[in-house]
Ligand binder design. Sequence first.
Ligand SMILES: C[S@@+](CC[C@H](N)C(=O)[O-])C[C@H]1O[C@@H](n2cnc3c(N)ncnc32)[C@H](O)[C@@H]1O
Length: 203
Amino acid sequence: MEAVRIGVSATAAGGLCALLLVCGSRWGKARLARALLRRLALRGDERMLDLGCGSGVMLVTAGTLLPHGHAVGVDRWLAWQQRGSDPRTCLANAAALGVSDRVRVATADMTALPFPDASFDLVTASLSVQTLRDRALRRAAVAEAVRVLRPGGRLLILDFTHTRQYAADARAAGLREVRRSRPYGPVFPPVRTVTGRKPRTEP
Ligand SMILES: C[S@@+](CC[C@H](N)C(=O)[O-])C[C@H]1O[C@@H](n2cnc3c(N)ncnc32)[C@H](O)[C@@H]1O
């Protein structure tokens, strides 16, 4: 009887986690992306890069806030990491929000970006850096994000894990005003942000 009761509550807990995951992924991520991007008070003409854009939640949301700018998403399109991680889905999502004119995608590895230094005003990474298999790769991704930021440009990383490392790596790569947030709710498990700004002049 006791074993049956434990079995039932474990199943219920599993079901609740699955429900939270699905709802968080479907609705929470877009809400969170919008709230975080709004907090940056963008002018609307920025050049933005999203690392590991997947199906494009952060990318296309940024597109809606950049009427005079552009948003570039890069990814290796690993469908096993996210259903819908492919350029066609990403561009269809941009079209659905009416931002195709300012959203572009490219196939690239976030640890070795094909962009010159100081190319972007904002670099974001939503739930993507944690998929890299080891610390050295995650550090390389953060360093690449900092390299392609222009002076004064901002970094926004959103992740479940490793956020303490990202903050340390961002500082080591030269970012200032680096902050690690408290956990946020509308996705499950809760996520933290790491934000920072590239100094305008060399220290
Ligand atoms: C969990 S998904 C997150 C997708 C999206 N950013 C979101 O928030 O929904 C992780 C994404 O990172 C991509 N990815 C993994 N390793 C990568 C790498 N080295 N370079 C670029 N993208 C990568 C995967 O293909 C996948 O689309």
